[in-house]
Write a protein that binds this ligand. Structure first.
Ligand code: NDP
Length: 329
């Protein structure tokens, strides 16, 4: 398989916190559209095109599918068949913490769950190690020390190069990062949900990450597709909201949100951008943000989204207009 030789000059790479790793400012997540209910050839095309565009970071989790685990299995197959010679050019992440198998060890943050889950993921991915291993969500019942000691252990075993946390708030993140620092495995990155409709990480978590030199990669930066022009005139058949396996529920596409989407779309058009591109540029405006973690159903969506890099600058007036639109009742 031959890839675009100028791929690394066409993408922007940004240092992940104060680590040695740089990430593409647009990364691809395999939560939807890569499972065994999906078209495998389309999945393969999306991975190839992403890599061709300079996307070096692919994000997975134990449970992505459906069926759970099938996104890792499919990615492992694509990697083995066509991308393995490029393994050292890739940052592949996985996660554990959400429900994956029956019984008391199939989810959350115990040593038992994390180690067993990563072993399963490595088999599905056909890899000896992942580049980043995340604890997917905070566990209110397991001592934080147990979870962090396990992450440190996994790195020392060579099964992950770096560790990250996802969905932890700023207080939990600070405690966890301090423990990881003491153990000698600094936290590389945080993965929170962040988009124009959901700004919960402002300002505390973002400030903490910047202060501590931890990177940040936002998931659902397009609000699962709502921050594109696709829902402006109803719910199209080929959309996540209409898909029986889609996580976005049709009742989330309210009149109020469509009204905001239309106004945001107009700002994007005035900038000669699509709304998706504006939403990604907006997400990346913050210094603490390393990368936006997009999802996609097609090569065309990936191509469109990567072109956000053509215009990342937002004026103070544009930012103000966006704030006003978002805060309208
Ligand atoms: P997005 O907000 O980017 O939504 C992606 C969806 O939006 C696509 O599947 C597609 O849906 C639609 N879309 C994308 N680009 C366009 C476009 N240009 N025009 C029109 N529609 C478009 O991200 P996701 O919600 O998919 O999340 C991204 C990744 O984040 C996941 O794959 C996963 O890796 C990670 N994640 C992590 C979580 C965590 O707890 N840590 C939780 C959730 C996600 P469609 O066309 O089908 O409508």
């Amino acid at each position: 398989m031959k890839f675009n030789e100028s791929r690394y000059s066409e993408m922007i790479y940004k240092r992940c916190g104060k680590s040695g790793i740089s990430l593409p400012i647009v990364s691809l997540g395999l939560w939807h559209n890569f499972g065994d209910v999906d078209d495998f050839e389309n999945a393969r095309k999306m991975i190839f095109r992403s890599f061709d565009l300079g996307i070096t970071h692919f994000d997975l989790a134990n449970n992505y599918g459906p069926s759970p685990g099938s996104a890792e299995r499919n990615f492992g197959k694509i990697l083995k068949e066509d991308l393995y010679s490029h393994r050292d050019e890739l940052i592949i992440s996985s996660k554990a913490g959400y429900l994956m198998w029956d019984g008391p060890y199939g989810e959350w943050g115990s040593r038992k769950h994390l180690i067993s889950s990563l072993d399963q993921s490595l088999k599905r991915l056909r890899l000896e190690y992942v580049d980043i291993f995340y604890h997917h969500r905070p566990d209110p019942s397991t001592p934080l020390e147990e979870t962090m000691i396990t992450l440190d252990h996994i790195v020392r075993q060579g099964k992950a190069l770096y560790v990250g946390l996802s969905n932890y708030d700023h207080i939990q993140t600070e405690k966890a990062a301090n423990i990881l620092n003491e153990l000698g495995t600094p936290m590389l990155i945080h993965q929170p949900k962040y988009n124009m409709f959901n700004r919960w990480i402002e300002p505390d978590l973002l400030n903490l990450l910047e202060d501590k030199g931890i990177g940040c990669i936002s998931f659902s930066p397009l609000a699962q597709g709502m921050l594109t022009d696709k829902y402006i005139s109803g719910i199209p058949a080929n959309s996540r909201a209409a898909n029986e396996h889609g996580f976005l529920q049709p009742d989330e596409i309210t009149e109020n949100s469509v009204d905001k989407i239309k106004k945001l779309n107009q700002i994007a058009l005035n900038r000669n951008q699509s709304l998706a591109q504006l939403a990604l540029a907006w997400n990346l405006r913050n210094n603490a943000m390393t990368s936006v973690l997009i999802g996609a159903r097609s090569v065309e969506q990936i191509e469109e989204n990567v072109h956000c890099i053509d215009n990342l600058n937002l004026t103070i007036e544009e930012l103000k207009m966006i704030d006003e639109i978002i805060s309208e009742d």
